[in-house]
Design a protein. Structure first.
Ligand code: TXA
Ligand code: MG
Length: 321
């Protein structure tokens, strides 16, 4: 079966076609610097609900809305001093700010999943920016994968995971950062750390001071993305492994392993490892292996976000995502 025709190499025509698709309520997957997003018009409840259906995602999980710049973000939400500082320091980039919706905010209430806040991000990717500009729409976009599976860092990952559930996939090659954005609660003067991601916690704290740990209550998550078992491959995952057991694939980090199927970063660079993480997990998630053994990764720099995703990948399966 030929399904290549949902993947489009981007040119002027493709962007115009994708913008039109979004304006008419369709779903378009597009690359960002972090991972591919499954985009829909964030002003349109029906289009946004299509995202939940396509991903098989629980409806209480709120979505990130992508906007072209800080000014656009301020049309929808209140930015306090801390939020402004962070936006100025890291946008466009792999930082998502949870801020209070304005009273007349026209964004679909579904993107906020019943909360009075909204998660906003300005992506640092030429194609994403062109799509935002040409469509003139704020775009709700979670990672473009079935709920609970590994996030996509290439167009083919999106197609393999979502199949016919997506109308168009814009191909921008491999994502540079390779991990979702860091999510910060900037609704109060002191900011909260909701999800580790593509910008290291230490880097953010240089701008806004120490971060509160927020959203870790599993029963009432302030950021439902904090639920366990979120980024799971089909194979069982074993962490802090020094090598493969019989039948397992081994994903190494750094030197000192004589037999590795793949290496996240031979020289132990956590940024390189983040960029490789999901693509390598996709590549090794194959039925000929009985499991996926992964070497220890230090909790420094992007290691914190990598270990967060790996802990979730190794946790018991549930229906979240
Ligand atoms: O890098 C990324 O962030 C990617 C790309 C496509 O931009 N998007 C992404 O979206 O990962 P998603 O929907 O998979 O993750 C959204 C995260 C979840 O952890 C969610 O719980 C949290 O943001 N979130 C969204 N809205 C929120 C809100 N109003 N309050 C608290 N957390 C929120
Ligand atoms: Mg996701």
């Amino acid at each position: 079966m030929q399904k290549e025709d949902v993947i489009f190499r981007p040119d002027g025509d493709t962007i115009a076609k994708a913008s039109h698709a979004l304006q008419t309520g369709k779903l378009v997957a597009f690359p960002t610097e972090t991972v591919y997003g499954l985009g829909a018009n964030a002003l349109d409840d029906k289009a946004v609900s299509g995202i939940f259906a396509a991903k098989g995602r629980p409806a209480f999980n709120p979505l990130i809305v992508h906007v072209p710049n800080l000014e656009a973000a301020q049309e929808y939400a209140h930015f306090n001093e801390a939020a402004l500082k962070l936006a100025r320091a890291f946008w466009p980039g792999a930082l998502t700010l949870v801020v209070k919706r304005k009273a007349d905010c026209p964004l679909s209430l579904l993107v906020s999943a019943g909360l009075d806040t909204v998660a906003l991000r300005v992506p640092n990717h030429r194609l994403a920016q062109e799509l935002l500009e040409t469509s003139g729409l704020p775009l709700a976009a979670p990672s473009a994968n079935r709920s609970g599976s590994i996030s996509p860092t290439r167009a083919e990952h999106v197609q393999n995971s979502l199949g016919d559930n997506v109308d168009m996939i814009l191909d921008g090659g491999a994502c540079k950062v390779g991990l979702e954005s860091t999510v910060i609660d900037a609704t109060e003067d002191s900011c909260g750390f909701l999800r580790p991601g593509g910008i290291a916690k230490e880097t953010i704290e240089k701008i806004c001071g120490p971060l509160r740990v927020a959203g870790t209550d599993q029963n009432a998550p302030k950021s439902p993305g904090m639920l366990l078992s979120h980024y799971a491959p089909s194979l069982p995952v074993r962490l802090n492994a020094t090598g493969a057991n019989e039948g397992e694939a081994f994903l190494a980090f750094g030197k000192g392993y004589d037999k590795a199927d793949l290496n996240l970063s031979l020289y132990g660079d956590t940024e390189e490892a983040a960029a490789n993480l999901f693509a390598m997990m996709h590549a090794l998630d194959r039925p000929e292996f009985s499991g996926l053994a992964i070497a220890p990764i230090p909790n420094e720099g992007l290691g914190l976000a990598i270990n967060d995703r790996l802990t979730r990948a190794s946790a018991g399966r549930n229906e979240e995502g």
